[in-house]
Write a protein that binds this ligand. Structure first.
Ligand SMILES: CC(C)(COP(=O)(O)OP(=O)(O)OC[C@H]1O[C@@H](n2cnc3c(N)ncnc32)[C@H](O)[C@@H]1OP(=O)(O)O)[C@@H](O)C(=O)NCCC(=O)NCCS
Length: 173
């Protein structure tokens, strides 16, 4: 059983998302730029953020872990880890001021997860350049283009092409 809560790396630490995170996560979930390639709508109230957190906490039953990444006790961003038969799919969203935190977190958590599974992977919209940079800078390998892979409701109701990246037990040292 994978348990990604309480992983410490440098001054960073992961923990399970809590209902009391609503205010700390509002700046991410209410920012149209940060939400552009996310599956949820842009949030407009703390109550809406609480509803989302409730759904995220429930998703653990389906193997989806939503982690808050803190640095010195301050919220920096979120990681999602979706554990299934292919390995661990990773997602991430961070505050604009948390420069470098996404890359460091993805790199560390991917390496950590590869103790338990053979494959850590993620996809992002072909136009989401910062997300692609996070993957490559974290040491993941570009695998290819997934045609009409996912709907990004804040962009279009049509599925968009995505790039897929992975770190595997044979590619990461
Ligand atoms: C993805 C995300 C975590 C990246 O955060 P970040 O690392 O602080 O982002 P930055 O603004 O530093 O950009 C990352 C890199 O992309 C580069 N970049 C950003 N926009 C760019 C553009 N339009 N063209 C070229 N390069 C660009 C930056 O220069 C930086 O390069 P570096 O790695 O050489 O330093 C953040 O943008 C985010 O939370 N986005 C919303 C959620 C999301 O889209 N998540 C990904 C899908 S799971």
């Amino acid at each position: 059983m994978i348990d990604p809560y309480g992983i410490a790396f440098g001054s960073f630490k992961t923990r399970r998302v809590r209902m009391t995170d609503a205010a700390g996560l509002f700046p991410i979930l209410s920012d149209p730029e940060r939400m552009k390639y996310m599956p949820e709508p842009v949030h407009t109230s703390l109550d809406q953020v609480r509803q989302t957190i409730l759904a995220w906490r429930g998703a653990v039953l389906f193997g989806v872990h939503i982690l808050v990444v803190e640095q010195d006790g301050m919220t920096m961003g979120l990681l999602s880890l979706n554990v299934d038969q292919h390995g661990v799919a990773i997602g991430y969203r961070f505050l604009p001021e948390a420069k470098g935190a996404a890359r460091r977190s993805v790199a560390h958590i991917a390496k950590w997860a590869l103790q338990y599974v053979h494959r850590v992977w993620g996809y992002c919209h072909v136009d989401n350049i910062p997300a692609q940079r996070v993957m490559t800078r974290a040491g993941a390998v570009f695998e290819g283009r997934l045609h009409k892979w996912a709907v990004f409701p804040n962009v279009s109701s049509e599925p968009a092409d995505c790039f897929v990246y992975s770190a595997t037990s044979s590619h990461i040292s």
